[in-house]
Structures are given as structure tokens and as C-alpha cells.
Design a protein around this ligand. Structure first.
Ligand SMILES: [Fe+2]
Ligand SMILES: [Fe+2]
Length: 472
């Protein structure tokens, strides 16, 4: 089995595409549709070339190369992590059996659905971010935006490959539909709510890559455990790329907080807005919004579908092999969030049906890491203010707390109060207008907008002062 991508191929891959003519032709006929989609729904700002990372291999000795490329000529390819021929299923009723190299007929429609829901988010985020290039605070940030965009495009390729290779005609139809649905479209929107919200400014972009891309990381982590080995290997490789998306979000918010803190100290004020920065309380409101809509992406506290996925071996837990239990969970329980007599509380349910809660908890603990990091920046600046994650009941549209309203501290609000007070906690039109007014593009190499600090490091050892993008 070849592991190095063959760059003479139209579709770079390490899956031996050249040996399967039918599949190769199917993907080659999908490719022009993908490029049409990229042209009409991808980045709107014309660029001549961009300093991009391209996946070329999956080995440990280096899997990517860097260089200036025209985005339309980016080598979107198909890469699966190396196969472990001895891999066995790690959980569920098939635990201990050899991993599947084909899709078992009985799980066909469930697996297809999992791929479609994951695949749908990848092009959705490109669509959401399409106009951001026009207001990038530096060439470095513009490059990072485009890097995230081309890699989300590659993740779409990854899911389309699996649909084409393993799901026949239905898979090919689903692959076409992944390009037919569009973020925010009235007739055919993207499947998940958070992926129909626009990303109108760079604070939203960094919050999105921190909180919403991180949801993607956790979903991919559960699919990496899948008994269906091609899916597992696909997700393992996608997770490598996701790490960069997380970095863009984490350090993006770092740099905004750093700049805001510096101006707060310099002018001895709580509100750095008049000095050309994003006020800390506005950063907190954006955080509240992106965190709460991302919590919704994990679904209801209990789910029999997810229990069935687990038992069947389709979708595991985050870090399944580090869990010290029987990996079947048929006799276990878990406490999950619930409304009990109208109060925010917890209730015990079978562990299998509570798996969404388990994953959401892992995610929440991870999110706390970023907040601690941003608070360290505030502390180092000598400021007493702190950012924080809102309570899980805050601004929820999905799950146990969807029907109630609570403050970021988790206090229940009587009817009417929420409408009156939500502007204290979520971005108002005034906040959004202020943030947007700061979004003026900076396109000179080595220069940066006034509302954000420059990064500590450039990309791939290059300095910040580097021509990351040549605009058209
Ligand atoms: Fe992705
Ligand atoms: Fe991502």
C-alpha cells in the first residue's frame, strides 16, 4: 500500500486511488463541482498566492510542505493515517473484534449519517468566513484565515472520499448535497445551527476557531475511535490539521486581550473602546455567545441514538483507551444536567444514554484552559479583571436548559427579565457595530491593526514581517 502522495495524480492521495478507476472517476467528476463551490462560496478576497501548508504525507518525518500557492491550485488531497493491521475495536458490543475495513450492512445508514453531519460542518465554516479576508488585521492573520479555509476544504474531501468509496450511489448523492446546502441559506441551510451563523468580524473568527472548531476536535476524537477503520484513520489525520485551527483561535484571543489590557493600563480605564481597542466586557460577551452556541452542538444531555452508536462501535468516547472501565457501560450510570422541580440540578441516567454529557464535559474542561491563559495575560498586565466561562445553563437552545433563561452565573431569570437584560451578557448591536468599525484591513507586510497585538511567532519559522500573502 503506497503511503506517499503521488503528486502526478489529479487528486493527491495515499489511499491507492490509482488502483481503483471507478472511484477515481467518481471523485474526478465531483472535483469540478468542488472548485465551482470554492469559487462562488470560498474566500471572496482575491489573492495571487498565499504561504500555505499542504498535506503531502502522513509519516512522522513530516507530513506537510510550505510554500506560496494560488489557493485555487491548492492540492486538496485524501490522506488517511497509517493502517494498523492488528487494530481491534475498543468499545461496545464488538469490543475486541478486528476493526472493520468495510461498512457492515446493518450500520450503513447510521455511519452515512455520521459522515454527512461531520462533512457538512467543513464547507459551512468556509462559507461563514468568506468575507473576512477584506478586513484582516495583518498579512499573517490573512494567511491563517486562508490556511484554515483550505484545510476545511480538505476535510470536506476527506468525508466525500469515504462517502464515494464505501456508500455507493447514496454516498455520491450525499457528496453532491454537501455542496448544495449553504450556510445561512433559507431553502437549504447547513445541518447544525451554529454553522448557519455568520462570522462577521475577526473577534468572532477567533472565538469561532477557539470554541466551535474545538467542538469539531471533540467530534473527530470520538470518530477516531470508530470500529470503521477508514473513518478512524481519516479523523486521526484531520486532527493534526485541527491543531493549527485551535492555535489560531487561542493566540488570536491572546493577542486581542493583550492589546486591550495594554490600553486599559496606559489610560487607567475599564473601557479601552475609545482608545481603538475592543473593550474587555465586549470580549466577554463574544465569549459568552460562542461558548454557549458551541455547547449546543453536543446535543441533548441524553440520547438513545448516541447510546446505540456507542454500543454498535460507530462512535466512541474522547480518549476511549484512557478510560478505566469496561468500555461497554451497560451497568454504569452518569450524572447529567437537568431541570428538577424547575431548578438547575443533576439527575442520574444510564451511562450509555448520557454520552453527550460526557463529551461536553471533556470539552468544557478544555475550554477552561484558554480562559485561564487569557486571565494570565490580564494578571501580568497588573489588572484585577478576569474573563470567565458562563454557566452551562446560559443561553442554551438545546438540551435540558433550552426552556429556561439563566444569567452567566447560573441564576434563573423570571420571564421577561431575559429580554430586558440579555444585552448585558450577549453582544448588542452597539457592541457589534463598534467591533466592526475597528475592522479596517492592514495589508502592508510587518504592520498590524491597532486593536490586536502582533503574534509572538510567525509561521514555519518565518518572521511576522514576511509576505505571507500576495494580493491580486
Ligand atoms: Fe475541519
Ligand atoms: Fe477546523
Amino acid at each position: 500500500m503506497p503511503t506517499a502522495a503521488d503528486y502526478a495524480d489529479k487528486i493527491p492521495n495515499n489511499v491507492g486511488l490509482q488502483e481503483d478507476l471507478r472511484l477515481q472517476r467518481a471523485l474526478e467528476s465531483w472535483q469540478p463541482n468542488f472548485l465551482n463551490w470554492w469559487d462562488s462560496m470560498g474566500p471572496a478576497l482575491p489573492a495571487r498566492d498565499v504561504y500555505l501548508r499542504t498535506a503531502v504525507n502522513v509519516g512522522r518525518e513530516g507530513w506537510a510542505q510550505f510554500g506560496h500557492v494560488a489557493m485555487r491550485d491548492y492540492r486538496w488531497g485524501i490522506f488517511l493515517a497509517e493502517r494498523d493491521p492488528g487494530r481491534v475495536i475498543g468499545f461496545g458490543e464488538h469490543k475486541g473484534e478486528p476493526a472493520w475495513t468495510k461498512v457492515p450492512g446493518e450500520y450503513r445508514s447510521e455511519l452515512r449519517r455520521l459522515l454527512v453531519v461531520q462533512g457538512d460542518t467543513e464547507p459551512a465554516s468556509v462559507e461563514q468566513q468568506r468575507n473576512l479576508g477584506a478586513t484582516a488585521p495583518s498579512l499573517y492573520d490573512l494567511r491563517n484565515l486562508f490556511q484554515v479555509n483550505v484545510e476545511e476544504g480538505r476535510h470536506l474531501w476527506a468525508m466525500v472520499y469515504l462517502l464515494h468509496a464505501y456508500f455507493g450511489r447514496e454516498g455520491r448523492e450525499e457528496a453532491d448535497d454537501l455542496l448544495r446546502r449553504n450556510s445561512g441559506s433559507a431553502e437549504s441551510p447547513r445541518i447544525l445551527g451554529a454553522f448557519n451563523e455568520e462570522t462577521p468580524d475577526w473577534l468572532s473568527f477567533f472565538m469561532f476557531t477557539y470554541f466551535t472548531d474545538r467542538d469539531g476536535k471533540y467530534q473527530l476524537g470520538t470518530l477516531k475511535e470508530s470500529a470503521f477503520d477508514p473513518l478512524s484513520r481519516t479523523c486521526e489525520f484531520m486532527l493534526k490539521e485541527e491543531a493549527h485551527h485551535m492555535m489560531v483561535g487561542t493566540t488570536g484571543v491572546d493577542r486581542i486581550v493583550e492589546r486591550t489590557a495594554a490600553l486599559m493600563v496606559e489610560h487607567d480605564t475599564d473601557d479601552a473602546g475609545p482608545y481603538g481597542a475592543i473593550p474587555l466586557f465586549v470580549i466577554q460577551k463574544y465569549l459568552n455567545f460562542h461558548y454557549s452556541v458551541s455547547l449546543d452542538l453536543f446535543g441533548g444531555e441524553t440520547s438513545t441514538n448516541v447510546a446505540n452508536y456507542y454500543t454498535a462501535g460507530l462512535k466512541g468516547r474522547w480518549m476511549e483507551d484512557r478510560r478505566a472501565d469496561d468500555h461497554k457501560l451497560t451497568d454504569d450510570g452518569i450524572w447529567v444536567d437537568a431541570l428538577v422541580d424547575g431548578e438547575l440540578a443533576q439527575t442520574e441516567v444510564p451511562a450509555l444514554t448520557g454520552l453527550n454529557s460526557d463529551l461536553r464535559r471533556e470539552y468544557i474542561a478544555d475550554c477552561q484552559g484558554g480562559v485561564s491563559r487569557w486571565n494570565k495575560i490580564l494578571a501580568q498586565a497588573g489588572l484585577p479583571q478576569r474573563l470567565k466561562l458562563p454557566h452551562v445553563a446560559f443561553n442554551r437552545k438545546v438540551g435540558a436548559f433550552a426552556g429556561i433563561e439563566a444569567t452567566p452565573d447560573g441564576a434563573l431569570l423570571p420571564a421577561g427579565e431575559w429580554e430586558r437584560r440579555q444585552g448585558e451578557w450577549l453582544p448588542t448591536d452597539v457592541d457589534k457595530t463598534h467591533v466592526r468599525s475597528l475592522m479596517r484591513p492592514v495589508r502592508e507586510r510587518g504592520k498590524i491593526a491597532a486593536w490586536i497585538a502582533p503574534p509572538r511567532h510567525g509561521i514555519n519559522g518565518r518572521p511576522f514581517d514576511f509576505e505571507y500573502v500576495h494580493l491580486a
